[in-house]
Design a protein around this ligand. Structure first.
Ligand code: AMP
Length: 216
């Protein structure tokens, strides 16, 4: 089974993906996490992509698709895509790639967050630099300021969660990613869930899409 999570930055894709991948036995594939890892390693891919991430622009499709194909070639589990596709071209390329391997996208889940919530959420987001757990100072604060409850790591504000970059990411989403809703809607695999609910409730609703006879 291959699943795509769609939604604004900050709509909870990363948080949900971590839980869902475990519950559904899928490989969590976060393109954003991979780029951040490559950037911190200063690998050739990291050096080439750093400027896109820090300014909130999308990495060119060519680089994203090369990455997807090389990482998926050896993966035997179903995939939970978090942050991919982000353009219609990427979605088409994924369909072609899956076709060539007799695979398919089985479900697309759209986390629907009102745009005005995106800014406040991203500005309040803190990420553990060690284990990647995501906190929110407004809704899910750590017990001790700036310290991860799970591993004791330091909590950081991602560079692209700074106010100016957030504005850019919202524009990029509207222009380049939102058209994906039309691409996937209406083909029987599209589901949506309100993203301003408690995280556990969102997880429960998403899981219900995977129970036989409970689509939509
Ligand atoms: P994310 O962690 O998913 O919000 O991604 C962070 C940043 O990584 C984005 O703002 C883009 O610069 C880059 N990125 C992640 N996934 C993609 C993708 N599928 N296509 C292009 N750029 C991406």
């Amino acid at each position: 089974m291959n699943v795509i999570l769609l939604g604004y930055p900050g709509s909870g894709k990363g948080t949900q993906a971590k839980v869902l991948a475990q519950k559904l036995g899928l490989f969590h594939f976060s393109t954003g996490d991979i780029f951040r890892e490559e950037i911190s390693k200063k690998s050739p891919l990291g050096i080439e992509t750093a400027g896109y991430l820090s300014s909130g622009r999308l990495v060119p499709d060519r680089l994203v698709l090369d990455l997807i194909k090389s990482r998926l070639a050896t993966e035997t589990r179903g995939i939970l895509f978090d942050g991919f596709p982000r353009t219609v071209e990427q979605a088409q390329a994924l369909d072609d790639y899956f076709d060539s391997r007799s695979l398919a996208v089985d479900r697309v889940v759209f986390l629907d967050l009102p745009e005005q919530e995106v800014v406040s959420r991203l500005g309040a987001r803190r990420t553990c630099e060690k284990c990647g757990i995501i906190y929110n100072l407004l809704t899910k604060a750590p017990a001790k300021e700036n310290v991860c409850d799970a591993c004791g790591g330091k909590l950081i504000l991602r560079q692209d969660d700074q106010a100016e970059v957030i504005k850019k990411r919202i524009m990029v989403y509207r222009d380049q990613t939102e058209p994906l809703l039309a691409y996937y809607r209406g083909n029987g695999i599209f589901s949506e869930v309100k993203a301003d609910l408690p995280p556990e409730e969102i997880t429960g609703r998403i899981l219900s899409f995977f129970k036989v006879g409970r689509h939509g």
